[in-house]
Design a protein around this ligand. Structure first.
Ligand code: ZN
Length: 218
């Protein structure tokens, strides 16, 4: 096959409008009558509708990617069943892909000439790479950062997980279901400062804490 596709990785922190960008891209493809397919790894099996949804209120239907899905096989099946070689695959939450699935996408690009744009997070709440993101950094043709800004004005780097008091959570599973409202994207400096503040608060003696509150009441 002569056409030449590319594997793209567009990464950012939470709240950096990755999904909105994906949906805007899908809309543009529709306008130009280009063939595309949206895909998304299923993390929350309680999800009823197979859509990619943005907080700004737009959505598109998508196919789900399960942990066992072979994405190269999916592309071959589309050709076998529908004589369809998809021009553009748009993948949301690409950080949740497995290493194998990213390699399968690379084969879709190299063997079939499709383009694949993966949107996802760079790192988890502990600031470590997700599996899918790691592999995309390793083999993607084109890597773009979708930037957003911390409250202090610096670029966001870390997706901090927060508890009901707004404190940063330091331990837990890498993936937590249904927790979008439990994250805040911050710059590296603010992330560190908050950790220092929390750990110094934790070492204060209880009495000191009480005295402090009494002072505040005056
Ligand atoms: Zn900051």
């Amino acid at each position: 096959m002569n056409r030449q596709g590319k594997l793209y990785f567009r990464y950012g922190t939470m709240g950096s409008a990755k999904t909105a960008l994906l949906l805007t891209t899908a809309y543009n493809f529709e306008e130009r009558h280009m063939d595309y397919l949206c895909l998304k790894p299923v993390i929350d099996t309680r999800e009823q509708r197979n859509v990619i949804h943005s907080r700004i209120g737009i959505e598109r239907e998508c196919r789900w990617i399960y942990a066992t899905t072979d994405l190269y096989q999916l592309a071959l099946d589309l050709y076998r069943d529908e004589r369809r070689v998809v021009d553009w695959y748009l993948i949301d939450e690409a950080q949740f892909l497995t290493t194998d699935q990213v390699d399968q996408l690379a084969r879709v690009v190299d063997d079939l000439g499709s383009n694949v744009i993966c949107y996802g997070l760079r790192t988890d709440f502990k600031s470590h790479l997700f599996e899918g993101s790691r592999r995309l950094f390793e083999i993607a043709d084109t890597i773009d950062e979708i930037k957003s800004t911390c409250n202090c004005g610096h670029k966001t780097i870390v997706n901090a997980r927060i508890d009901s008091n707004g404190d940063f959570v330091e331990e837990g599973e890498q993936v937590e279901i249904g927790g979008d409202d439990r994250y805040v994207a911050v710059c590296r400096r603010c992330w560190r400062n908050k950790h220092i503040e929390q750990s110094s608060r934790a070492t204060l003696p209880l009495e000191f804490d009480k005295i402090d509150h009494q002072k505040l009441d005056l």
